[in-house]
Each structure stands twice: as structure tokens, then as C-alpha cells.
Design a protein around this ligand. Structure first.
Ligand code: MG
Length: 302
């Protein structure tokens, strides 16, 4: 079975359903062991592992909304006397530049400092806790979606024998990954080759939410993911939507693929991304084998 020779099936995984109760004790799917298109034992120049950030890359998670709503609530209640905060100041651009990709507490502190809230250090814990409560409420009611292009990309890479990693600073990332079910009918059709039920199941390494001494832009989380994939950094591509994540990838000695879903191409390019796309459907798959991170030309799209 040579999976690399099989045509990609781009339309199969656009329909998603969300499961319930799979986050902890869900049925374990048997490990998937494809005949690799990449010979992992033979030294070669090229990429062999792709490491995904989760929020904003695989999942449109409600972090931004939770940060914004919890700030609004605190400022309207307990912190009313603190200053003249207006909720419309908390834009997506502010979120992307100061909070996205950071561990919870550093994100909270950065936001409070940005809005000139006094005693940011002291208040950051309370803000982070309020945000987490709001986030869990939103996850509970299913207020998030997976990006279909990211699922197509990840599954197409997997079919070609690349090793996949998940590396989010967020302790909630696995909640999302475990709740995203791959489409049941597509699964049944290809059951023999690809017995994945949930997005959570397609990763060879998952370092999401690990307690690490340094968050992004420190390279530690990606270095750990590469280690668990048993690959050297130069064989890995990191897929990121936040500037701090791009910086972390470059510091780790890896290639950085920026996904600019919010019109923030310039920010990702400035952070050092090797390629910036607006959808992962744009990325050419075959050149990755030769260590080239490039865009598909229009006539080579599947
Ligand atoms: Mg992200």
C-alpha cells in the first residue's frame, strides 16, 4: 500500500459533526500505521514532520471572545472603578498582537497592560480565571468550529506519510481536538485505510497544554514536539496563525508556515514566516518532500 500514490480526497472532510463526551474517556481509536511514503530511517533533505498550532489554525476557538467578554464583565462590575474602558477597544488586531498564542496568565497580563489597567500583575490571575470560566461555557455549548482547509491539509499530509504534531500552549486545545469528529460517512468509506474518528487521533505527537517553563515565542514547545516526532528541527514545518508562534518556530530552527485568516499577512511575514497563506489549500504538498515550502500554482490544485 503506497498511500502517496493515492489521489487526495479534498471534499471528504468538509462536513463536520461534533461529538459529546469524548474528551476524557472516549473510545480509543487504534493507532494508525501507514506504509510511509517517507523513509524515516534514511537521511534526506526535506520535511518529514508538520507541527500544528491549534487555536486559529485547526480550530476557530472562542478564546478571543472569552477574553473580550470577561474583560467587559470585570470592567462593568468588580473593576468598575479602575478606569475608562470601552469594550470596542478590544479589537481582533489587539487580540492578535498582544494575547494570541501566549499562555493564559501572560496573555491576561499583556491585555491588562495594553489597556493600562493598574496592578496588571496582581489582577492578571483573576482575569485569566474569569476568561477560563467563560471559555469553558462556550466550549460546552459548542461555540467553535474546525477549519475545513486545515483538516484537508492535515489528512492529505498524513496520507503521504508525514508525521503530525499538535503544539498549543492552551490547556483547552485537547478539549477541542477531542470534540471534533471526522465525518462518519467518509470514515466508513475509507475505514480500512484511515480509522480516525476524531481530529485528536491523527497526531503522532501531542504536546498541547504541557506545563513548560517558557511559552511562545520561546521555541521550547516546538522543540519538544519535534523530539516526540523523533525528527530534527530542520525536518519540521510549524503551522501557526500568531506572530509569537512564527517567532518560536524560527527560534527552534524550523520552517514556519503562517496562516493569515484575519488579514494579518504582514504581521506574520514580519515575524519571519517562510510562507504566508490565507488558506492551507494553497500549500503545495509534494515539494515538502524536498524541503520546499511553496504555494500551489493554480493548475496543480487538486
Ligand atoms: Mg494560534
Amino acid at each position: 500500500m503506497r498511500l502517496a500514490s493515492e489521489p487526495a480526497a479534498p471534499a471528504l472532510f468538509t462536513h463536520l459533526t461534533f461529538g459529546h463526551g469524548h474528551t476524557g474517556s472516549g473510545r480509543k481509536v487504534m493507532a494508525y500505521a501507514p506504509q510511509p511514503a517517507v523513509d524515516h530511517d534514511r537521511p534526506m533533505k526535506g520535511f518529514r514532520g508538520i507541527i500544528f498550532d491549534v487555536d486559529g489554525v485547526l480550530v476557530a476557538s472562542p478564546h478571543e471572545r472569552a477574553w473580550r467578554e470577561s474583560m467587559r464583565d470585570l470592567m462593568a462590575t468588580k473593576w468598575r472603578a479602575v478606569g475608562s474602558y470601552r469594550p470596542e477597544q478590544f479589537t481582533t488586531a489587539v487580540y492578535q498582537e498582544y494575547i494570541a498564542g501566549k499562555p493564559r496568565l501572560s496573555g491576561a497580563r499583556a491585555a491588562l497592560e495594553y489597556f493600562h489597567v493598574p496592578d496588571a500583575e496582581r489582577r492578571s490571575l483573576e482575569y485569566a480565571e474569569q476568561k477560563q470560566r467563560r471559555l469553558e461555557e462556550l466550549i460546552e455549548v459548542g461555540e467553535f468550529v474546525a477549519f475545513p482547509d486545515a483538516l484537508r491539509f492535515a489528512l492529505a499530509l498524513r496520507e503521504r506519510g508525514f508525521r503530525l504534531g499538535a503544539a498549543s500552549s492552551s490547556k483547552n486545545a485537547n478539549l477541542f481536538l477531542a470534540r471534533i469528529q471526522l465525518d462518519a460517512s467518509a470514515q466508513a468509506a475509507r475505514a480500512a485505510e484511515r480509522p480516525f474518528e476524531r481530529l485528536f487521533d491523527i497526531f503522532d505527537a501531542n504536546v498541547c497544554g504541557h506545563d513548560l517553563p517558557h511559552g511562545k515565542p520561546h521555541p521550547m514547545i516546538f522543540s519538544l514536539a519535534a523530539e516526540e516526532l523523533e525528527l530534527p528541527p530542520e525536518a519540521c514545518v510549524v503551522v501557526e496563525d500568531a506572530a509569537v508562534g512564527i517567532e518560536a518556530a524560527k527560534s527552534a530552527g524550523m520552517a514556519a508556515l503562517g496562516v493569515a485568516r484575519l488579514g494579518d499577512e504582514a504581521l506574520l511575514t514580519a515575524a519571519g514566516a517562510d510562507l504566508v497563506v490565507t488558506t492551507l489549500d494553497e500549500v503545495a504538498l509534494e515539494p515538502l518532500f524536498n524541503g520546499r515550502l511553496t504555494r500551489s500554482s493554480a493548475d496543480s490544485l487538486p
